[in-house]
Design a protein around this ligand. Structure first.
Ligand SMILES: [Zn+2]
Length: 238
């Protein structure tokens, strides 16, 4: 009986060690990915896929897996208060070659805030990003709900980036509706907005990305888009 107990304890301990090693190995593999490479041909159609409101503990990781499998670079406009507990997700985004930009700290309507509060929404998020990715500097800002006024523009020192095609996923329709909404309207040099806190968004992209590839679209991050797209100036508010 005694020996059987020791054997059982040994078995449990070894199983725990094995699970720990597998998790550690998989985390290291995620954090040391070769960045997604994208050669841009400015003569060919291009679109920028962007995600707002993350990082999300449940959905951003499967989304990153999908983007990596498809070798599609994207831009994540993150919310500062969502970062805590999701630090490795941000490290993986950066390691995979995605762009991380700022979407405020607590997702308020910035047009209702005083300049000091608006500044805080930016620097508190910058501070969190800096702690996790000391060499990374966010270059763009997307105001929550796309709402801004002259005071917001003057207070945020980064260019504001909105979108040209709304997937409508914020309203939580089924994946098939999101897919139809995008595929029927998408055009060359669109900036698409999605949200990485929605499982239907991942389902949509599983079908949408291969279809957009078939139609000849290249996928670019916001910086790359602003560098190559001829319509870029109308999308950059500064
Ligand atoms: Zn948002």
């Amino acid at each position: 009986m005694k020996y059987r107990n020791i054997g059982f304890i040994l078995f449990i301990s070894l199983s725990c060690l094995l699970i720990y090693l597998i998790l550690l190995f998989s985390l290291q593999a995620r954090l040391h990915r070769t960045p997604i490479q994208s050669e841009i041909d400015p003569q060919q159609p291009m679109i920028a896929i962007t995600f707002d409101d993350g990082p999300n503990a449940s959905y951003t990781l499967p989304l990153l897996d999908l983007l990596y499998k498809e070798q599609v670079p994207a831009t994540f406009f993150v919310v500062g208060e969502a970062i805590s507990g999701n630090e490795n997700i941000l490290r993986e985004m950066a390691a995979s070659g995605h762009e991380i930009e700022i979407h405020s700290f607590s997702h308020p309507d910035l047009t209702t805030l005083a300049p000091q509060q608006i500044r805080e929404e930016l620097w508190k998020t910058e501070e969190r990003l800096q702690t996790i990715l000391p060499d990374y500097h966010a270059r763009y800002f997307r105001p929550p709900y796309g709402k801004y006024n002259q005071q917001v523009q003057q207070t945020i020192p980064l260019p504001l980036v909105l979108w040209t095609l709304d997937s409508g996923d914020w309203d939580h329709p089924q994946a098939s509706s999101i897919y139809d909404q995008v595929i029927q309207q998408v055009q060359n040099q669109d900036i698409l907005i999605f949200h990485d806190d929605n499982p239907e968004t991942i389902k949509t992209l599983k079908k949408l990305i291969p279809e957009l590839k078939k139609e000849g679209f290249q996928f670019v991050t916001i910086s790359s888009f602003l560098e190559h797209a001829s319509s870029a100036s109308v999308l950059l508010i500064k």
